[in-house]
Ligand binder design. Structure first.
Ligand SMILES: C[S@@+](CC[C@H](N)C(=O)[O-])C[C@H]1O[C@@H](n2cnc3c(N)ncnc32)[C@H](O)[C@@H]1O
Length: 435
């Protein structure tokens, strides 16, 4: 697809009416019907004499669970599977390489694999590979059940339930979140799973357990914490426990892992199995700074879909300390490598260096879709810093697409009137390497 065609496609795109109808029937916020009948806002943006198409549209549904069930793992600042799918379907063909240099939970990589593209991924935090790779090789529920039975969790759970369990060691920070009997089960899992000889079934169980560590419902191992994609900090949790009289309940770790596995595997069938089988051996994953992706060949990537760390709004390492603990990852070290510039100038410099590296990896005519949001209550628009960074790195700026569900004809699509803070819309800068 050439850039003009893509711009036209973004402008003319209309979300499927039938899906919309179902969406609005189910929507509880009552705000959707307006969006369904409103034409998209169009315009251009001027950057140093260049006129860049700006397109606001509703590119995918606000409905939950539109993506494959294998995506359903929480991660701070992740995007929905529909975002990479929209661009992978239009800008690549089966067998092409799709890269995410800041892969997080691996949304782009998993979606690429499910569409028969070769996923390449990278994240400076080793947790990303723990979360993604097992989902490219899902074991059967039967195999997971048998493995869980062989680990001996049931015995530890029963001992705790009958009061026979003696806590081996007390860790005050961990016991803010977990009942001692739950912690004992987690330690058994750690010993069994986090070692070199672990196989794909162990890796799957480790991924699910990592995801179930903390959350707000009995489907998690911990006492009720903030929603699963929020930060978990010892001091704030201690306060929450004190305020609401919360005590970590004993959890059946084996049962929770089985239940979440069944949910993740809900959509997994012979079709997805053969798609994953077809691409897995050519997939490539790195744990590096995105400015240096040695290991990805020059001119090998057709499409990049990614969202970088935003300036200082998300503390990925702080948020993930319990996940790091469970996986034997040094959270301090992971934290030091994660980029969270406080100043916009430093962020723009970082992004310029990343673009130079991505330009090396792209085939001529290859694409980058770079998702950023508004930060600091809309006072900084990151895309205004992405565009000059891209130009400095020698990339063509094709368009800026704003995915928005709430726009109206009179809305200023650059404003954040609908958003109290943080990043509510998806703002996508679309770039291309020259042919
Ligand atoms: C916005 S999140 C990506 C979320 C991802 N799109 C998803 O759907 O899960 C940004 C990611 O960048 C990673 N990161 C931060 N600094 C990095 C760096 N210098 N090099 C590579 N990855 C980095 C963080 O660990 C985090 O996972």
């Amino acid at each position: 697809m050439n850039p003009e065609l893509l711009v036209r496609e973004l402008r003319d795109f209309r979300l499927d009416r039938r899906r919309q109808a179902t969406l609005f029937e189910e929507s509880s916020d009552g705000g959707g019907a307006r969006g369904a009948t409103t034409a998209p806002e169009q315009g251009t943006l001027d950057f140093g004499g260049r006129s860049i198409p700006l397109i606001t549209n509703e590119f995918w549904s606000r409905r939950q669970r539109q993506s494959h069930s294998l995506h359903e793992l929480s991660y701070r600042a992740c995007f929905k599977g529909e975002l990479p799918r929209f661009f992978i379907e239009r800008l690549t063909k089966p067998g092409d390489v799709v890269l995410d240099p800041f892969m997080g939970r691996g949304t782009t990589c998993l979606e690429a694999a499910l569409l028969g593209r070769i996923p390449f991924g990278n994240d400076v935090n080793p947790l990303s590979r723990v979360l993604l790779e097992p989902r490219l090789r899902p074991p059967s529920l039967e195999a997971i059940r048998e493995r869980l039975d062989s680990i001996g969790l049931e015995r530890v759970f029963e001992e705790a339930r009958s009061g026979r369990h003696q806590s081996r060691s007390v860790d005050e920070n961990l016991e803010v979140f977990f009942h001692p009997g739950t912690l004992a089960q987690l330690r058994v899992l750690q010993e069994r799973l986090v070692h070199d000889g672990a196989d794909p079934i162990d890796h799957w169980i480790r991924m699910v357990a990592t995801n179930r560590l903390t959350g707000h419902s009995p489907g998690f191992f911990s006492v009720r914490t903030m929603p699963p994609n929020q930060a978990v900090r010892v001091e704030s949790q201690r306060r929450l426990n004190d305020k609401h009289g919360l005590e970590p309940p004993l959890r059946d770790v084996r049962e929770i892992i089985q239940r979440k596995s069944a949910s993740l595997l809900r959509d997994h069938d012979s079709k997805t199995e053969s798609l994953l089988d077809g691409v897995r051996d050519r997939a490539r994953f790195l744990t590096k700074d995105a400015r240096d992706l040695r290991g990805v060949d020059d001119r090998s990537v057709r499409l990049v879909v990614t969202s970088p760390p935003f300036i200082d709004i998300v503390d990925y390492a702080g948020d993930n300390w319990l996940r790091c603990w469970f996986n034997g990852i040094d959270a301090e070290q992971a934290s030091e490598s994660i980029t969270t510039p406080r100043k916009i100038e430093a962020w723009q410099e970082f992004v310029t260096d990343v673009f130079r590296e991505l330009e090396r990896c792209l085939v001529p005519g290859g694409w980058i879709v770079f998702e950023v949001g508004e930060v600091r209550n809309g006072t900084i628009r990151l895309e205004e810093h992405v565009v000059p960074a891209a130009i400095d790195a020698g990339l063509d700026v094709v368009a800026i697409a704003v995915h928005s569900q709430e726009f109206t004809k009179t809305a200023n699509c650059w404003g954040v009137a609908n958003n109290s803070k943080g990043t509510n819309s998806n703002r996508l800068v679309i770039l291309r390497r020259g042919t």
